[in-house]
Design a protein around this ligand. Structure first.
Ligand code: UD1
Ligand code: UDP
Length: 355
């Protein structure tokens, strides 16, 4: 059984690390890794391959930047060539980025079955590029690995129960990664202020809207000045847009960090403030409350158990929620995300599908 895995963006390296490990341990499985090049800075890509022991990509493309259509289209053409050359039995894709959609579509057009890890998540906001990517990827996958009950429910509501595909609740691979690598937590270089809030910010709906970006920057500045120091490993997208908009972000800015440093920051912070998908769950895995800078979340169970609060890009709401949640601890009493066995479950299904 030859699996060709398509990855390209930071969260996909973290997700694939645990599944690749499980594939290596399974009998009769071979994995070919294709990196689209979507993320390319050393601290957005290489660092994860090094830290998490991900096998070097067998195929390294160099596609990044440009419009969504251009990036996705170029990936589609080049992934198709790689699929024709490597002839995999199955393509494996993760999450909801342009690399995900391009990988799934290239495979489906060649009648190669597609397995989607993180299937079924929905924000019900079609303005988000991620929502388009995940809905279309689910439509052309035949193994849909859902991380949560809510994701299974979404697919059932879309009629997947009546399709000749497999919808499986396997848990969340990001919990596997958090558990596996927690011990390797490493403080980032340089001083980290005590009692800090860990923040991340990069989603298009925030960074590409001048109003939303300005409101979030103003809120972070105020929280940093009056409540607790805000440590923000700044995504390159946000760095560019803050300069372009002439905004001043007066918090403790650092460059994007590796996963071991991120795990350390999650473990030592007093609160998480983020618009990331993955970081919302990681806050929970490390027992921290999360204030989410979005209007919807795909991880609805975190809202239901009171671990996460959605505040959008409203300056007042952000400051208020940060003040109320600072230092608040949360607990995963219901094992919402599968307890660290998702990769194992995924690979056992892949093995069965091959026989
Ligand atoms: C992408 C995903 C998003 C995901 C995020 C994870 C899509 C549509 N979006 O968003 O869902 O949450 O990855 O981080 O696929 N850049 C660099 N160096 C890098 C990477 C990016 O300078 O290593 C710059 C790019 O040149 C571009 C900008 O950052 O100008 C955005 O990169 P892009 O991959 O288009 O989208 P992300 O915002 O990273
Ligand atoms: N992350 C990291 N270094 C950073 C910021 C994030 O290792 O400087 C990790 C984070 O811990 C999580 C993943 O990257 O595992 C989340 O990726 P991101 O927020 O870029 O994307 P999203 O999850 O929103 O798609």
């Amino acid at each position: 059984m030859k699996i060709l895995t398509v990855i390209g963006a930071r969260p996909q390296f973290i997700k694939a690390s645990v599944v690749s490990r499980a594939i290596q341990q399974a009998d009769g499985m071979e994995e070919v890794i294709l990196h689209t090049g979507q993320h390319f800075d050393t601290n957005m890509s290489d660092i994860f391959f090094n830290q998490l022991n991900i096998p070097r990509p067998d195929i390294q493309l160099d596609i990044h930047g440009g419009s969504h259509g251009e990036m996705t289209g170029r990936m589609l053409a080049e992934i198709e060539q790689a699929l024709l050359a490597h002839k995999p039995d199955r393509v494996l894709v993760y999450g909801d980025t342009n690399s995900t959609l391009a990988g799934a579509l290239a495979a489906a057009k060649l009648h190669i079955p597609v397995a989607h890890v993180e299937a079924g998540l929905r924000s019900f906001n079609m303005q988000m590029p991620e929502e388009i990517n995940r809905i279309l990827t689910d439509q052309i996958s035949d193994l849909l690995f859902c991380p949560t009950d809510a994701a299974v429910k979404n697919l059932n509501n879309e009629g997947f129960a009546h399709k000749p595909v497999h919808v499986l609740q396997v848990g969340d691979v990001m919990q596997d990664s958090a558990l596996l690598f927690a011990e390797q937590a490493t403080a980032p270089s340089g001083d980290v202020p005590k009692g800090f809030i860990l923040a991340t910010l990069h989603r298009a709906e925030n960074t590409d809207s001048p109003e939303r970006l300005a409101a979030i920057v103003a809120a972070m500045n105020e929280v940093h000045a009056t409540l607790a120091p805000v440590v923000l490993p700044l995504h390159p997208r946000t760095r560019k847009l803050i300069v372009q908009q002439g905004l001043e972000l007066n918090v403790h800015l650092i460059d994007p960090v590796g996963y071991f440093e991120m795990v350390w920051l999650l473990d030592h912070c007093e609160l998480v403030l983020t618009d990331s998908g993955g970081v919302q769950k990681e806050a929970f895995f490390f027992g921290k409350a999360c204030v989410t800078l979005r209007d919807q979340t795909e991880w609805v169970e975190l809202i239901q158990v009171g671990a996460n609060e959605l505040v959008g890009a409203d300056q007042g709401k952000i400051i208020n929620a940060a003040t109320r949640n600072l230092g608040r601890k949360v607990q995963d009493t219901q094992q919402l995300y599968g307890g660290g066995k998702a990769a194992e479950r995924i690979v056992s299904v892949l093995v069965k599908a091959s026989t």
